[in-house]
Design a protein. Structure first.
Length: 666
């Protein structure tokens, strides 16, 4: 259940393994209940069933110890009937033993224990060899495989029926000592060695626990006309709480009551882990400390999709010819499954052009057709050719996916040419977060970011009506400025680095019809902070539903309040000293000149009280710059169109229209 990022020739491997699958099925496949219940008769019936299926079966000695109820079959050799156009093969079992072998009423096999020294198989053309050594099982039961037949007209449905039958396999425990597999082909090869496999609590299609030992895979993969060697090593793995029945219930059309699915989530597995993974391909190497997956759940869909699988197997181009069928199939698969989490810990990459690449953790959480909880990357440290990137954490999530039916409507609209709302197929994003970033450019210094966060919510279609953005400590060396005059200005102001931060908070209240810009601020460390706020009234939902008609809706909107505030932290004095140097005058002379010019700048404010208050506030700020605040004192909301019109035709009148109130150093 855990996917690894490695390229393996799966289709070629599957074709080569087909004879092995047939051999294994023949080995496990007794048919029909025996006339008697003795161990010898059970074995004879089993072997005869293989022969009746077209296989050649040879055995050496069949020993039965009645006192201890032990039966052993030696030198068992099976040559299945080859499929048309496929290479033949054979399988050999030196020793197969049972203790307490009986046949239940359903015609299967059961035993207190089963032991197989080894199973050795090969294809006649030499392209496939495999061996399984040291198989032992306790309290084992095998079903009657006589009805396990593939219907060419319904191949997938037939496979599901076989899986339903396999749910009758039972074993308190089963162990496999060693597995080897060797596949040879002109264009690629695979050699696999697997040390140790244990299954416990297998019954009713469920397995309580599956544990595996070390695995080594050596293969070649074609790349640019050459065979590139690939080596994969896995330390150990474990699957907990696997339930084949959850998969069968989704894919079996007969399990849909009245042809409709129940939509109930069922656990396919509770958890799975793989540890100590390494992949070497040519000069590159990838290592992973641990891969883990939480609960994987499946649910029935609105209607079965097994017949689509049947059609695809019969005609691999069926989806290309029918877009609607392809959509139903694709969205069906996505909607049937949900993953609690998928986590990769301890990444490391090495290559000829890479100094280092390490990632502490990659995680996907709460993934289903309904949405995605989170994708996160933690602890990245990468460097190449003198450049480096580090970050503590990058994450995004809170994604909500559109209803799958919207995609089907989009496909239909594309074919018929009818109008369709494209926003109905756009997913909505909940948040983005980035912390602790350091970027080093070769020979140019470094950039830093303390943190960035973006939270979006209360969507109307694809537009969020609630937004909060925070940017903290963007540190930029002034030496990186490309414009020489800009570098000179920063040096003159005394800044070797710029440490910038920002906050934005915007919310729309549908009930009040109010859009509040709670803050839009920008700050420079050891410089100052500038902040803006606003409140707009009569903001309709239609503005977000049809943003292309924003100008139409703006006609009825009003301004309820505006505010602008600046808090100084040395920038004002730096600018004054810089201007004084440029003018070759003392700073205090420039300060007094600026103070003297204030009344003339504010002469257009008609209200004498407001005008004098503004003059006093600005004068106080120029004398001792700490803070300056400008807010509106509107007796009633003003139409947006009035303010925009005044800004165009007579901007000097805006202070009067907005009833501006100015305060300083408070």
């Amino acid at each position: 259940m855990i996917a690894l990022p490695v390229r393996v020739p799966l289709r070629r491997l599957a074709r080569r393994l087909a004879p092995a699958a047939a051999l294994a099925l023949a080995l496990l496949g007794p048919a029909g209940p025996a006339a008697a219940q003795s161990a010898e008769d059970i074995v004879r019936s089993w072997l005869d069933a293989m022969r009746a299926g077209g296989a050649t079966v040879e055995t050496g000695v069949v020993n039965y110890n009645r006192r201890n109820d032990i039966l052993e079959v030696r030198d068992l050799r099976i040559v299945p009937k080859p499929a048309p156009g496929k290479p033949g093969g054979s399988i050999r079992v030196p020793s197969l033993g049972f203790i307490g072998l009986t046949r239940p009423a359903d015609g299967g096999l059961q035993a207190k224990s089963m032991r197989v020294t080894s199973v050795e198989g090969m294809a006649d053309d030499g392209t496939l060899r495999f061996a399984v050594a040291g198989i032992e099982a306790a309290n084992v039961a095998l079903p009657n495989f006589a009805d396990f037949v593939i219907d060419p007209a319904r191949p997938f449905t037939s496979q599901i029926r076989i899986l339903k039958g396999l749910a009758a396999v039972r074993a308190d425990s089963m162990t496999v000592g060693r597995v080897t597999l060797d596949v040879r082909a002109p264009e690629a090869s695979v050699n696999l060695t697997y040390e140790g496999l244990t299954l416990t609590g297998m019954a009713g299609g469920r397995v309580d626990r599956i544990q595996s030992g070390p695995m080594l895979i050596n293969s070649t993969s074609p790349q640019d006309g050459q065979a590139v060697p690939v080596e994969i090593r896995i330390g150990k793995g474990e699957v907990v709480g696997y339930d084949l029945g959850a998969y069968v219930r989704v894919m079996d059309g007969d399990a849909y009551a009245g042809g409709r699915g129940d939509g109930v989530w069922r656990d396919l597995q509770k958890s799975a882990t793989v540890e100590n993974i390494s992949i070497a391909a040519g000069p590159g190497r990838f290592t992973l400390a641990r891969a883990s997956m939480g609960a994987v759940r499946m649910r029935q869909l609105d209607e079965p999709i097994g017949e689509i699988f049947d059609r695809i197997i019969r005609d691999p181009k069926a989806l290309e010819a029918d877009e609607k069928l392809a959509a139903r199939f694709g969205f069906g698969i996505l909607r049937a499954m949900a993953i609690e989490h998928y986590t990769l810990d301890g990444w490391s990459l090495a290559g000829p052009d890479l100094d280092r690449f390490q990632l502490g953790r990659f995680t996907v959480r709460d993934l289903s057709a309904d949405g995605l909880g989170e994708v996160s990357f933690d602890g990245l440290d990468a460097a190449a050719q003198g450049n480096a990137v580090r970050f503590a954490r990058f994450a995004f999530g809170g994604l909500r996916f559109p209803d799958y039916r919207n995609f089907e409507r989009a496909i239909e609209a594309g074919k018929s040419g009818v109008d369709f709302d494209p926003t109905s197929v756009i997913p909505t994003l909940g948040f983005v977060k980035l912390d602790g970033v350091l970027i080093e450019a070769a020979g140019k210094g470094s950039l830093g970011l303390g943190g960035f966060s973006l939270d979006l919510g209360n969507y109307v279609k694809a537009i969020p009506t609630s937004l909060r953005m925070k940017l903290a400590n963007v540190v930029i060396p002034t030496a990186l400025a490309e414009d020489p005059k800009a570098r000179e200005l920063f040096d003159a102001l005394g800044y070797k680095t710029l440490d910038l931060s920002s906050d934005v908070v915007v919310r729309w209240d549908e009930g009040a019809g109010e859009l509040k810009v709670e803050t839009v601020s920008a700050s420079l460390a050891d410089g100052g902070t500038l902040a803006f706020d606003a409140a707009l009234g009569n903001v309709p939902r239609a503005l977000f539903e049809n943003p292309e008609n924003a100008q139409q809706y703006a006609v009825g909107m009003t301004v309820k309040g505006l505010g602008l505030a600046y808090r100084d932290a040395s920038l004002a004095e730096r600018l004054l000293k810089f201007a004084a140097r440029e003018a070759k005058q003392p700073p205090e002379t420039l300060r007094q000149q600026a103070i003297a010019a204030v009344p003339a700048l504010l002469k257009d404010i008609r209200d004498p009280g407001l005008r004098q208050k503004a003059i006093d506030a600005i004068t106080a700020f120029l004398r001792a710059p700490r803070s300056l605040t400008i807010v509106t004192r509107l007796p009633r909301p003003l139409p947006v169109t009035q303010i925009v019109g005044s800004a165009v035709t007579g901007p000097q009148q805006l202070p009067n229209i907005l009833q501006l109130d100015v305060t300083a150093n408070q």
